[in-house]
Design a protein around this ligand. Structure first.
Ligand SMILES: [Zn+2]
Length: 715
């Protein structure tokens, strides 16, 4: 067991190193350590952050937190909720602030200098987390409070918190014998390093491969505003007068949709879907097998058959089998729909005399032609009506009408470049929180779109308001010119704003239970649900205004969008489900000692599933940051469809009453879902809102798939 003891030694050394950390002179005057000051109960000090402050701030705040933990653990008084669970909730405030800013930099300001700090600190952060969950004295006090929860006069929320803390400690190994704890901590540190490497490789491949086009002929099929965006991207990379297709989804997707140049489509497709799969320094296939092995080993140490079983235990699905059951129920009808979609596309290609067989780089392009032929809808017709700033106003208006919220620009709040801030007010004018909007792509920022909570709502010691952010990757246009986006991007804005509402409308006592701190397969319900308000006439008539004429989008065009709403759902569902299934199967198959070859596993799994050859996984394994950049969505990519069964069903609750704007249903949604965070079991919260469990029917209707003959509620 040489390898094992070597790792144990390494773990022990980190523990010693951490124990010796004390706030040093380097920490003095470090703005990251200070409580947030300024308006709105304090705001993050984005105007004073230097990358070299992160390491001393993390070290000092970890040391402070460990002292706080020691004090709770050493308390001679009999353990009770207040001196143990509440005290634990109160501890680590400084670390929480520093770590929040560290994570913001990791996802949006990841320069080479920052990445070096991140590589050094990520295993130390993992070791620090284990020092807390492996503190035997603290755990025995937590257990005492948990064991007495039914008889000690706790409120339901306090009981839930005692349960959650106890469960989290057990799931992190608090019950293990000391040698197993050491091994577990060594595993966690190694996993942190591997995940950081995975993310940094992905960012490197997205930033280092760019297709520059220098001839008008290379742009055939592309219209404005795509051309302008590509020109701006080239200019920002020092190639004024050319056009750049960058290696990100927001650049790849529109190019594959509209470019009439099949050779260039294939090139862009191959570049995008081979990120981190080149056998070079940034190849993630070298990292994935070790991540899978270590996750499997840790799960076995903790007494679980697989990583997937460990991971899903704390979700709404509870077991991999239930998640697989849902995915398999949707997979077959989705594949059947793909066959129809491909036949439609092939027919058009044949009619045009293209002499091709539909390949993956043709799918989006010919799907557009089918959309035009079947529904007379050209997505390009929509874009002039979809202005980024108008869509931002649209979500504000929606939140006003549904939930009584008001948004006003917040002044004197320091921000990162191009970020703007709004104060969020309740109908009665009282302060509810802040919403930061970081819309544009920049070097060092992750691709995609996401929400982040900078500060959770709570009112346990004092009434603390939340700070949330929405982050997207639009190409910044010329000053004063509107940024025009696709329908899909508009939908993504509503999605992320739904997460923001989940944070903003939170009304709980304890920050660990606040806002979006719910299992991942429930966390997508508010966001997916919120996408449903974009296509309402109330939103489109007011905010889908032509960027030149100011005229609202014509009703005939809206009708076409509605008619085409189930179009291409075969593609969307299959590219997503293929990723979700491979993610789950990888985490079911992995063992502590067998190496999984990611490329071969992906190939064989997809073949066994009957993956249509015209589609590729939305996230191929070497690029699958949901699964490998962190553990938040590992064996958890199924969360999106799990949540979607609920969000589709939840929207039907509105339709069954007065429609999308029904105030009573909106109130009930806030009361039972949006405000409760993790203070109640998600299944119970949902049932309280809906009066029943969500079955699969609403989801199948929404996607235009056949509804199974006997589907029972609660499935
Ligand atoms: Zn989401």
């Amino acid at each position: 067991m040489d390898r094992c003891s070597a790792l144990r030694l390494a773990a022990a050394l980190v523990l010693v190193a951490l124990a010796m950390i004390a706030p040093s002179s380097a920490a003095a005057g470090n703005p990251l350590l200070a409580p947030w000051t300024g308006p709105y109960g304090g705001v993050p000090p984005f105007d004073r952050i230097q990358v070299d402050q992160f390491k001393p701030a993390l070290e000092a705040s970890m040391a402070e937190n460990l002292k706080e933990i020691d004090a709770i653990a050493a308390n001679p008084a009999t353990p009770d909720f207040n001196n143990t669970v509440a005290a634990f909730e109160r501890a680590g405030r400084t670390f929480g602030r520093v770590n929040t800013l560290f994570n913001i930099y990791s996802s949006t300001m990841s320069t080479d200098a920052f990445q070096a700090v991140e590589r050094e600190m990520s295993p130390k952060l993992a070791a620090f987390g284990d020092l807390i969950t492996q503190n035997a004295k603290l755990f025995s006090r937590m257990k005492a409070v948990y064991d007495a929860r039914e008889t000690s006069g706790l409120t339901p929320e306090q009981k839930r918190l005692a349960w959650l803390d106890y469960t989290n400690f057990v799931r992190a190994g608090a019950n293990l014998a000391p040698p197993a704890k050491e091994r577990l901590s060594a595993i966690n540190q190694r996993l942190a390093t591997l995940s950081t490497g995975f993310s940094q490789n992905l960012l490197a491949d997205e930033e280092s491969y760019v297709l520059f086009l220098d001839k008008e002929a290379d742009l055939t099929g592309l219209k404005e505003p795509l051309r302008a965006a590509a020109a701006a991207a080239a200019e920002s990379k020092g190639k004024k007068g050319q056009w750049a297709i960058t290696n990100t989804r927001s650049s790849m997707e529109p190019f594959l949709t509209y470019s009439a140049r099949r050779d260039l489509r294939e090139k862009v497709w191959r570049t995008y879907y081979s990120r981190c799969d080149h056998g070079d320094a940034t190849d993630n296939n070298k990292i994935i097998p070790e991540i899978l092995k270590l996750r499997a080993e840790r799960s076995q140490l903790l007494g679980y058959a697989s990583y997937a079983s460990w991971r899903l235990e704390s979700t709404m699905a509870k077991t991999p089998e239930r998640a697989m059951e849902l995915m398999e129920a949707v997979w077959k009808p989705a594949v059947a729909r793909v066959r129809e979609e491909v036949a439609d596309m092939q027919a058009i290609a044949d009619r045009e005399g293209a002499k091709i067989t539909i390949e993956p780089w043709d799918y989006r392009y010919y799907a557009e032609k089918v959309r035009k032929a079947k529904y007379d809808l050209d997505q390009n017709e929509l874009t002039p009506y979809l202005q980024l700033e108008k869509l931002r106003e649209a979500v504000f208006w929606e939140a006003g009408r549904l939930y009584g919220l008001k948004f006003t620009p917040a002044s004197k709040v320091p921000t990162l470049p191009d970020v703007r801030v709004w104060e969020v007010l309740r109908a009665d004018g009282t302060h509810l929180g802040l919403w930061y909007f970081d819309p544009y792509a920049r070097a060092g920022k992750n691709s995609g779109a996401w929400m982040n909570a900078y500060r959770n709502q709570e009112r346990f010691d004092s009434d603390i308001k939340t700070i949330v952010s929405n982050n997207t990757n639009f190409v910044k246009g010329k000053p004063g010119e509107p940024i025009l986006v696709s329908w899909e991007d508009a939908s993504a804005l509503f999605h992320e704003f739904g997460h923001a509402l989940h944070g903003l409308l939170s009304s709980v006592n304890y920050p660990s239970l606040s806002g979006t701190s719910v299992p991942s397969d429930y966390g997508e319900v508010p966001s997916e649900l919120n996408e449903n308000w974009l296509p309402t006439p109330e939103i489109l008539d007011r905010f889908a205004l032509h960027y030149r004429t100011g005229q609202p989008i014509p009703k005939a065009l809206v009708d076409k969008v509605k008619n085409a709403s189930k179009f291409n759902q075969g593609f969307a569902t299959v590219e997503y489900l293929a990723s979700a299934l491979v993610d789950m199967k990888l985490h079911l198959a992995a063992t502590p000692d067998g190496d999984i070859d990611p490329d071969a596993f992906e190939r064989e799994t997809l073949a066994a599933l009957g993956m249509p050859k015209e589609i590729v996984m939305r996230h191929r394994t070497p690029q699958f940051s949901h699964a490998f950049s962190s553990e938040e969505y590992a064996a958890g990519y199924y969360s999106y469809i799990w949540s979607d069964t609920l969000s589709a069903d939840a929207f039907e609750a509105f339709l069954e009453k007065g429609g999308p704007w029904d105030p009573a249903v909106a109130r009930s949604l806030v009361e039972h879902v949006l405000s409760v965070g993790n203070t109640v079991d998600p299944a119970e919260g949902y049932r309280a809102f809906r009066g029943k469990d969500a079955g699969i029917d609403a989801l199948m209707r929404l996607r235009g798939f056949p509804v199974p003959a006997k589907s029972s509620p609660g499935s």
